[in-house]
Write a protein that binds this ligand. Structure first.
Ligand code: CA
Length: 223
């Protein structure tokens, strides 16, 4: 099935270049230049991925990203003109899947799109998976060996592993683990991660599945 990529970009020539390269790579594309049109379009058309420019007329990429995340998990790649802005954007918990900084080559865009789509597509067949999660029984195995996890540790691992490669901030993990509570300090996440790593190391000491992103948070990566 052809993936449909929505390009949100107010510079027409840039948008046309993206379209050309993405279409040559086998993707269907759509293009919007006005920030105000994006959210309704996404509701109606359910694209497979969005390339979202930050600075747009009508409504900026930050607000658009937040609004889309309220109803959809569609992968979003944020496009920004300033590299130093990326750390700040990640810290804002927007829920974007990746960030690209202008100027970039069209080939780089195609490569990022491919990577993000691969990550968000269904997992490899069970035989090839290093980690298996049985959500009903809260049972996790690594390389076929059972992990001795608490319910919270299981949930944490599950949140991270469902989006390999995606960086989650501590706040995002807190919100998902404790949606009704605001009492817990965010170092709680660090302690759970520490325990989780220890328990994984018991069965597979050579595997590094959970990675720390300094100053930002954590991600799960398949080796
Ligand atoms: Ca722009």
């Amino acid at each position: 099935m052809t993936s449909k990529i929505l390009i949100v970009e107010d510079e027409q020539r840039l948008a046309e270049t993206h379209r050309e390269y993405l279409q040559n790579a086998g993707y269907e594309t759509a293009w919007l230049a006005d920030g105000l049109t994006v959210v309704p379009w996404v509701r109606d058309n359910a694209p497979d991925l969005i390339l979202l420019d930050l600075m747009l007329p009508g409504k900026d990429g930050l607000d658009i990203c937040k609004e889309i995340r309220a109803f959809s998990h569609v992968p979003i790649i944020m496009v920004t003109a300033r590299a130093e802005e990326i750390d700040r954007l990640i810290g804002l918990d927007l829920g974007a899947d990746d960030y690209i900084c202008k100027p970039f080559s069209p080939r780089e865009v195609v490569a990022r799109v491919k990577t993000v789509l691969r990550r968000s597509s269904p997992q490899a067949p069970p035989g090839e998976q290093i980690l298996n999660l049985d959500e009903e029984r809260y049972l996790a195995t690594v390389q076929g060996q059972k992990l001795d996890l608490t319910a919270v540790e299981f949930q944490l691992l599950s949140i991270l592993a469902q989006k390999p490669g995606r960086i989650f901030s501590r706040n995002q993990l807190m919100d998902r683990l404790y949606p009704d509570q605001r009492v817990i300090c965010d170092r709680t996440i660090d302690s759970h991660i520490k325990n989780l790593r220890k328990k994984i190391a018991v069965v597979a000491p050579e595997l590094e599945l959970i990675h720390s992103i300094y100053g930002v948070g954590y991600k799960y990566e398949n080796p």
